[in-house]
Ligand binder design. Structure first.
Ligand SMILES: [Zn+2]
Length: 499
């Protein structure tokens, strides 16, 4: 995803804006790995021929326009990949091209287990569509794959045709080498993640669950390795997402001449209600991800802070300790849903009583709660039935009710995923800690999470922190990053599929 509210890398949101530096340090301790240190054995690198094919696929995908516009066509890209799999000798029933719209077909490829599978499949979920790019805005043609100064340029080089291509190349290579996993490995290349009416991930789950049903999902649309002047700093794995939600609070009044104030007043009613919100704190919560954060942090901290953290992790939680820690805004936002007034407008003249007073309240909802549930809570907190509390969509539309959709409840960071993910990441980027993060955005993972299938967001793409160009101009990927992700996915797919 990486829509405007989906910030890449997750560091930007969670690390810089939400977590304090000492928490970042604690997170840098491999969160789900305890003190295991992995030996850095060299990985089987792609051969020159493997690389040549992977580059050719990447080029082909970049040059097929898959925007949700009159010029774009996801099916063209999906069909081109289907042809590659069929030409390579995949059975037709394992390479399905399907979808609800002629231009929005999805491709589902299955690398079958040898014999009876030992476990449910692993699904690699990749969206094929890209955000519109205008030639006039770019210094190169966004739909030409151009290699320049150590970078590949083109729309989708960061989001996310690099991973689409790397995984297509990986599946082809595994098949070519005669690799037989012990469980099915599935690759889904889907439509309309960035927008449009035919979201492929949701459609496949609803209409053809048997094709994408899996033990868990690896979604390379988020997460990845953060570089600081070429040095790998941290590898983020998206484990959960806080949900962004805006509400419009309105007080109305008949108004009148300000020389004759009335007992009721729109501005006072609104500000009185907002003051109640200011004084309110949503309930303290922990989930798998934040519990692990704080557990690690308690080992790093000293004194009262360390004691308080241990106290909040205890059952029952020590409320006084939670309150003390919550004074730190970065802790506070990790502990609970937050709602804060961000805009205010009222009145129409200096000498008239306001007929309308309105505020925007922005909430960041802790996973497990829906925007509609929080809307109801806001009504209670504001405590004035004369006020209306409406939902404001990302597009700015105002609605009486909010979505019921809940954020991803973070799955347990299972060893089966995190052990190879960490081992392979550290073989490529030595010493880089792997950190589950809570991201402020949503991706196609939400559909699988809602269907009860755990999702882990990891791209294996290394980018400079200040070179985020997803959705922007002159989108580019370091050539070296592409090769590394190729090596990563090859070893990772084999590790998940059983060596
Ligand atoms: Zn994306």
């Amino acid at each position: 995803m990486r829509k405007p509210w989906c910030i890449w890398p997750p560091y930007n949101f969670i690390m810089r804006k939400t977590l304090s530096p000492h928490l970042i340090a604690a997170l840098a301790v491999a969160v789900c790995l305890g003190s295991v240190v992995f030996a850095q054995s060299p990985l089987p690198a792609a051969s020159a021929a493997d690389r040549a094919q992977a580059r050719e696929i990447f080029k082909q995908l970049i040059e097929i326009n898959t925007t949700d516009t009159s010029l774009g066509n996801v099916t063209t890209g999906a069909a081109a990949m289907q042809k590659r799999f069929l030409d390579a000798g995949f059975a037709p029933e394992d390479v399905k091209l399907l979808g609800p719209d002629a231009r929005k077909q999805n491709l589902v490829v299955r690398l079958r287990a040898a014999g009876k599978p030992t476990a449910k499949p692993v699904l690699f979920l990749c969206h094929m569509d890209v955000v519109e790019a205008l030639r006039a805005d770019w210094s190169t043609d966004p739909f030409q794959f151009i290699e320049k100064d150590g970078y590949y340029y083109g729309r989708g080089t960061q989001d996310m045709k690099e991973s689409d291509a790397a995984l297509v190349a990986t599946f082809l290579r595994l098949h070519r080498e005669g690799y037989k996993p012990s469980r099915d490995l599935i690759l889904a290349l889907t439509a309309d993640e960035e927008g449009g009416h035919f979201n492929g991930a949701r459609w496949l789950l609803e209409q053809h669950r048997e094709l994408v049903d899996s033990a868990y999902v690896i979604n390379p649309d988020s997460g990845g390795v953060e570089l600081d002047h070429g040095r790998a700093v941290v590898a983020d794995v998206e484990a959960t997402e806080k949900v962004y939600s805006d509400y419009q609070i309105t007080a109305v009044n008949p108004g009148g001449h300000s020389s004759r104030p009335r007992a009721d007043n729109a501005i006072y009613e609104l500000t009185t209600a907002l003051n109640k919100l200011a004084a309110y704190s949503f309930p303290f919560e922990l989930n798998e991800v934040t519990r692990t954060y704080f557990k690690n942090l308690s080992d790093q901290e000293t004194g009262q802070t360390a004691e308080d953290i241990r106290a909040i992790l205890a059952t029952p939680t020590d409320k006084a300790a939670a309150a003390r820690l919550s004074e730190e805004p970065s802790f506070n936002s990790n502990f609970r849903t937050t709602c804060v007034a961000t805009r205010l407008a009222a009145g129409h003249a200096n000498n008239a009583l306001a007929q309308t007073a309105q505020a925007n309240v922005n909430c960041r909802i802790f996973p497990g709660h829906s925007p509609e549930e929080i809307r109801h809570q806001l009504i209670e907190i504001l405590g004035n039935s004369k006020l209306t509390v409406k939902y404001v969509s990302d597009g700015g539309d105002v609605a009486d009710t909010a979505p019921e959709r809940k954020a991803i409840v973070p799955p347990a960071p299972i060893k089966e995923v995190f052990e190879p993910l960490t081992r392979i990441t550290q073989a490529i980027w030595p010493g880089t800690p792997v950190t589950p993060v809570m991201e402020n955005g949503a991706s196609d993972s939400i559909y699988f999470a809602m269907a009860g299938i755990p999702c882990y967001g990891y791209s294996a793409i290394a980018l400079e922190r200040d070179d985020d160009r997803a959705h922007g101009q002159d989108e580019r990927l370091p050539v070296e990053s592409y090769w590394k992700s190729l090596d990563f996915f090859y070893s990772f797919a084999k590790a998940l599929g059983g060596e």
